[in-house]
Design a protein around this ligand. Sequence first.
Ligand SMILES: NC(=O)C1=CN([C@@H]2O[C@H](COP(=O)(O)OP(=O)(O)OC[C@H]3O[C@@H](n4cnc5c(N)ncnc54)[C@H](OP(=O)(O)O)[C@@H]3O)[C@@H](O)[C@H]2O)C=CC1
Ligand SMILES: O=C1O[C@H](COP(=O)(O)O)[C@@H](O)[C@H](O)[C@H]1O
Length: 513
Amino acid sequence: MDSTTFVLFGATGDLAKRKIYPALYNLFIDRKLVPTFSLIGLGRRELSDETFQANVEQSLRMFSRRQAEDPVLMNSFLSAFRYRVLDVGRKDDYKKLLNQIELREEELGISPNRLFYLSVGPEFFETIAANIQESGLGSANGWKRLVIEKPFGHDLQSARDLNEKLSKAFAEDEIFRIDHYLGKPMVQKLEVLQQTNPVLRALWTNRYIANVQITANETVGVEERAGYYDHVGAVRDMFQNHMLQLLMMLAIHLPSDSTSSENVRYKKKKIMEALEPLQKQSVGANVVRAQYTAGVINGKPVVDYTSEPGIAATSMNDTFIAAKLQIDDFFWRGVPFYIRTGKRMKEKSTRIVIEFKGPLKQPSSTPEDSKVPNLLVFEISPNEGITLQLNTRDPDHKEEFKPILIDFHSKKDDVPEAYENLIHDALHGDPTFFAHWDEVELSWQWVQPILEAFEENVVPLRKYAAGSYGPTESDALLAEDGYHWWFDAKTEQDTDTDTKEGEQYAYHANANH
Ligand SMILES: NC(=O)C1=CN([C@@H]2O[C@H](COP(=O)(O)OP(=O)(O)OC[C@H]3O[C@@H](n4cnc5c(N)ncnc54)[C@H](OP(=O)(O)O)[C@@H]3O)[C@@H](O)[C@H]2O)C=CC1
Ligand SMILES: O=C1O[C@H](COP(=O)(O)O)[C@@H](O)[C@H](O)[C@H]1O
């Protein structure tokens, strides 16, 4: 890693405290930061360097996955942190910042490599990029990078406008668009698993795969983000970015001899280009839009969406979306991809289930429910694991089959946070797990008819009880094709407990209704 100055806009904000500082601390503990690493935090409020460092330390105690107890390590880490006041719209502040960065670079004897991390509201992205360029902050004799948080636009046109403005100050290969799902360790493993395992490579086609199910369910509701969430809904908050990224990562076929970022990005773009487009009129047949009503989660009653603080009683916002997508290419033609994501669901889980074709022929005396298809399940979070469901003979009833699970689960503490991976890659200039503009643009393009259909209420807003697996219409989406959602039966019994190492659990048909 090159010597770097990490220029953090929004250093006093929530994301910085909960994700960015803990990620940097863990990279430091793992010796993945250079000794001359330097961070300059920016915000409007007046803070001394000491107060800023104390705030960072406090956030580590609250949010780091590692103990932040060793004072020597802590002081060594914090000594890299400085704070400066900057108001995004005040040009003078950028000039002052440039002087301060140059002084610090000189003091540390480091090259002017600068990573600008925009952890501020999206309304500031264009202004900051333009001011970085105008002030000369981005013209030093080193590299410059722009790390940008979501949301990247509100629809296709606004995303294009934003990209055009950013492109005036930063080249595409200098822009690192964060999609934190791409930083999740299991998502990062998908390409390697496929590439290094001929067994999986051989199976990754419509010849063997019946359908793919991608789920990201959350138990939380809108929380304190009513102002943001009520304007975006599940379709913009999760589907356009995280869910479509998961689809791309799962569906790409990479050459066995190369995992270059160009390759990954090229293949992801090809997947998006091959996605069968929806027309506004056909959205209703392929997409389910829903909002939660009151219910019970983990034994606690929760209110309906429109009774949440800050949400209008008449809100038609979607808190759940399920969709059926088809990739029209050689490998995936005819394989439906079902995607669902929602708030206030029964369990917190992000997983991909691959259901294979051809349930086994069984003796006629076998009860129906002993038939199971082979499943390959990638548990992405909060638990990380891979499970393969196979059939074997039931030792107690020899004429019947019995599913067995070949199971691998990581220990939770061993798994780095998504932001650790992403910040590490951005510092190294590796763009593989960041969203390229082509993917972002194609995602918005695919989603645009859905946004319009929702806006015009062409698609009915369904309801689901908080604490369920979503509306019945989401189950019907699969039932029409003869499938059903698979879920982890263990969470039926206890949504709070993590799967313990070596513990067996089964995947069952969705028992929602
Ligand atoms: N929080 C989260 O979990 C997630 C956040 N994001 C994205 O990250 C970004 C930051 O979110 P979050 O940290 O939650 O937001 P916060 O509202 O908590 O923080 C906003 C930050 O912006 C600074 N700021 C606001 N106005 C100005 C201004 N005019 N000039 C300079 N600085 C300003 C604030 O500092 P000060 O008040 O001192 O000026 C503060 O540090 C957003 O784009 C959000 O969408 C993405 C995923 C998750
Ligand atoms: O980007 C977002 O993601 C979170 C869910 O992330 P996860 O890592 O906990 O699965 C979601 O709660 C939030 O609404 C959204 O903006």
